[in-house]
Write a protein that binds this ligand. Structure first.
Ligand code: NAD
Length: 306
């Protein structure tokens, strides 16, 4: 097994003042990267903020003999993000890795959720992933090198009571990834998603002490290092928690041609429902929307022949 190293690489980790982001940043630094520690330092619901959390992680990295700088901008503040990218380029002249990890929660049942609860969560998770990646995109293209991780959640992939705002934002970053893996490919930019589970302030009180003890954020980070290494995959969703890792995929059944013209009606679709939803025909995930379209036409061709 060869060592995974990041010597000479410059990484930005958002929300790196605590929890998972701090662990990712420390591990990148241990493995040779220079790291920008971004953290607004606010409360779990996104209020307040100061740069103390980011500065404390910079000190930890320096104590290990690594190099880091603190950045206290909000990931959803355009001017702050532009400054963070500018400061990184002024200091180190390149940006190789971005781990978009910053996040907040505003959990409420959908009936009680306010527009502000929706806007704030989408702002931090979705726009807050878009903005740093977008600002660094042309830099990565010119370098012909970029490794990006977005942070999704089982709530986005599968759902969770009281988290409609969070789930929408978390699947949103997967949608962004799916297109960026295509747009970045020719310039050696790879982008993946991590779906973590870890004991942090986000999950405290939600699980038993025993479960939380098994869910150290340090047990997620080794998976993330594999998503930003030189020979990283692209477009992958890696689930990671408690030292276990798996791959999540969006899959579709084979598809059934129902008919055209008079043969096609709501009732005709209902008559084929069992076949349409037959999971035993599930195929490997598509690599692009184009491939998905080809699948539809393959089902039509097969149905017309049959
Ligand atoms: P955490 O609260 O410890 O870390 C989130 C960090 O983001 C905090 O340090 C916070 O100050 C920072 N932050 C919040 N808003 C910010 C903003 N606007 N700009 C910059 N920084 C900001 O929680 P965590 O569990 O370490 O979460 C990290 C990421 O992992 C989040 O995106 C979260 O949604 C995701 N996640 C966590 C779990 C889990 O089990 N802990 C599960 C699924 C997804």
């Amino acid at each position: 097994m060869s060592d995974i190293r990041f010597d000479g690489r410059v990484a930005i980790v958002t929300g790196a003042g605590g929890g998972l982001g701090r662990c990712h940043a420390l591990e990148l630094a241990r493995r040779g990267a220079k790291v920008v520690i971004n953290d607004l330092g606010g409360s779990l619901d996104g209020n307040g903020g100061n740069s103390e959390a980011a500065e404390a992680v910079v000190k930890e990295i320096e104590a290990l003999g690594g190099e880091a700088i603190a950045n206290g901008s909000s990931v959803s503040d355009e001017a702050g993000v532009k400054k963070m990218i500018g400061d990184t380029m002024d200091k180190w002249g390149r940006i190789d890795i971005i781990i978009a990890n910053a996040g907040i929660l505003r959990d409420k049942s959908f009936a009680k959720m306010t527009q502000q609860d929706i806007d704030l969560v989408i702002d931090v998770h979705l726009r807050g992933s878009f903005m740093p990646i977008h600002e660094a995109w042309n830099i990565m293209k010119e370098q012909e090198y970029g490794r990006i991780v977005v942070t999704t959640s089982s709530t986005g992939l599968y759902g969770n009571f009281g988290q409609a705002n969070y789930g929408a934002a978390k699947l949103g970053v997967v949608g962004m990834m799916n297109t960026l893996k295509i747009e970045g490919a020719k310039n050696n930019i790879k982008i993946n998603a991590v779906c973590p589970i870890a004991a942090t302030r986000m999950t405290e009180g939600l699980m038993s002490e025993e479960a939380l003890a098994a869910l150290k954020p340090e047990y997620v980070t080794p998976g993330v290092m594999n998503l930003v290494k030189d020979d990283a995959p692209s477009g992958m969703i890696l689930s990671a928690g408690a030292g276990a890792f798996s791959m999540a995929r969006i899959v579709e059944t084979e598809g059934v041609f129902v008919g055209h013209g008079d043969d096609l009606s709501a009732e005709a679709v209902a008559a084929k429902w069992d076949q349409i939803t037959d999971v035993s025909t599930t195929r490997p995930a598509f690599k692009s929307g184009g491939e998905h379209g080809q699948n539809i036409f393959a089902a039509v061709a097969k149905g017309m022949q049959g």
